[in-house]
Design a binder for this molecule. Structure first.
Ligand SMILES: NC(=O)c1ccc[n+]([C@@H]2O[C@H](COP(=O)([O-])OP(=O)(O)OC[C@H]3O[C@@H](n4cnc5c(N)ncnc54)[C@H](O)[C@@H]3O)[C@@H](O)[C@H]2O)c1
Length: 319
C-alpha cells in the first residue's frame, strides 16, 4: 500500500491535532470527514480534503478506507468501532476507549476476531522521556512504587464535566498517568479510591469529582497513588514519579532521573510519533511497533473504572 486512505469520525479539537500532523505525511490521503456536526465535518473537509459526512454508516458504505481515526468523546464509542472491524478497517482511537467497560469488552471481541490493526492515543508511551525512564528502571532489581498527578483546571469541551459523558477526570484525562503507570510498573491487581466534590457549584452542568486519589497494587507487588484534581485555578502538576531504592524517575514535570549525588535529564531523543507508527503499521500490515493496542488500553480502562466503583462503594476492587 503506497498511500493510506484515511477517514475521521469526530472532527473536533483532538482530531484537528492529528490532521495537522498527518497532513505532513506524503503517504496519507484524507478521504472522509464525519462528525454529527455537519458544519465541523465540512470545515475539516475543506481544509484537509475528503468528503464530509454526518453519519458514519453512510461514510463506511460510500468510501474505501484503509484506516479510520475515531476521535469522539468517551460516551460516543462502540458501534463505529464494531463497523470498522466488520469492514476490516484499521483504527486509531483516542483515549479513553470508552467510559463503560461493557462497550469496550464488546469492541475488543470484534477487534480480536477481525484482526484489524488498532492503536490508542496513549502518546506518553511514545515519548523519549518515558522510553528512557522505562529502560533505566528495567535495570533496577525492584520498583517500589509511584506517585502520579494530573492536577490543574478543566478542559473547555462541554461534555468533559458531565460524568455520564466523560467518566470524570480520572477516566478522561488522568488516564494518561494511569496508563503510564501500567507501562512502567506492569499490570494492576487491586484498586481502591476516594473522591470528593462540592467546590465547583458555580460551574453549570458539572457533576464530576473535584479531586480523587486512587491507590493501586500491581501484580509485581509495587504500589502507586494517583491524584486527579480539576479545581485548581492557578496551579498545576502533571507527572508520574517512580521510586526504586537507588533511583527516582520523574516522567513529565522535571523529566529527570535521580541517583545518589547525581541528577540527569530524561532525554527526549528516541521518542516516536504515534501517527507515524500507526500509519507504518497499516502500510506494512505489522502492528509490532504499536505500543498501545486496543486490548492493552482495555486494561487501563479497567483500572480507572475500578476506581470509579471504589469511589462509590468505599471498597477495594480486585481486578
Ligand atoms: N491524546 C490526548 O492527549 C488527547 C487530548 C485531547 C483530547 N483527547 C481525546 O480525544 C477525544 C475527543 O476530544 P476533543 O477534545 O477532540 O473533543 P471535541 O468535543 O473537540 O470533539 C469531539 C467531536 O466528536 C463529535 N462527535 C460526538 N459524537 C459523535 C458521533 N457519534 N459521531 C461522530 N462525531 C461525533 C463532536 O461533534 C465533536 O466535533 C476524547 O476522547 C479526548 O479524551 C486526547
Amino acid at each position: 500500500m503506497e498511500e493510506v486512505k484515511l477517514g475521521f469520525i469526530g472532527t473536533g479539537g483532538m482530531a484537528g491535532a492529528h490532521m495537522n500532523n498527518l497532513k505532513n505525511f506524503d503517504d496519507v490521503k484524507f478521504v472522509a470527514m464525519c462528525d454529527i456536526s455537519e458544519d465541523r465535518a465540512k470545515q475539516r473537509a475543506e481544509e484537509f480534503g475528503g468528503n464530509a459526512y454526518s453519519d458514519y454508516q453512510q461514510m463506511y458504505d460510500s468510501e474505501e478506507l484503509d484506516a479510520v481515526y475515531i476521535c469522539t468523546p468517551p460516551f460516543a464509542h462502540g458501534q463505529q468501532e464494531i463497523m470498522a472491524c466488520q469492514e476490516g478497517i484499521a483504527m486509531f482511537i483516542e483515549k479513553p476507549i470508552a467510559c463503560e467497560l461493557d462497550t469496550a469488552i464488546i469492541v475488543n471481541d470484534h477487534v480480536e476476531k477481525s484482526g484489524v490493526i488498532t492503536s490508542v492515543g496513549y502518546h506518553w508511551r511514545y515519548g523519549g522521556n518515558a522510553q528512557h525512564a522505562k529502560a533505566e528502571l528495567e535495570k533496577e532489581t525492584q520498583i517500589l512504587g509511584a506517585l502520579g498527578y494530573w492536577m490543574g483546571g478543566m478542559p473547555g469541551v462541554p461534555w468533559w464535566r458531565v460524568r455520564a459523558q466523560s467518566g470524570g477526570q480520572h477516566v478522561e484525562q488522568t488516564t494518561h498517568i494511569f496508563d503510564l503507570a501500567r507501562f512502567v510498573l506492569g499490570d494492576a491487581k487491586l484498586v481502591h479510591g476516594v473522591a470528593s466534590s462540592g467546590s465547583m457549584t458555580d460551574i453549570p452542568n458539572y457533576d464530576v469529582d473535584d479531586i480523587s486519589m486512587v491507590n493501586i497494587e500491581f501484580e509485581s507487588g509495587a504500589v502507586a497513588n494517583i491524584v486527579s484534581c480539576c479545581a485548581m485555578e492557578s496551579w498545576g502538576r502533571v507527572y508520574l514519579e517512580v521510586f526504586c531504592r537507588g533511583v527516582v524517575a520523574t516522567i513529565g514535570g522535571s523529566n529527570t532521573i535521580r541517583r545518589k549525588d547525581q541528577e540527569e535529564e530524561l532525554g527526549s531523543s528516541g521518542g516516536q510519533d504515534r501517527d507515524r507508527v500507526f500509519i507504518d503499521a497499516v502500510k506494512m500490515g505489522d502492528s509490532s511497533g504499536i505500543l498501545s493496542p486496543y486490548s492493552d488500553a482495555l486494561k487501563t480502562l479497567h483500572v480507572m473504572l475500578a476506581a470509579s466503583t471504589s469511589f462509590q462503594t468505599g471498597k477495594a476492587v480486585d481486578l
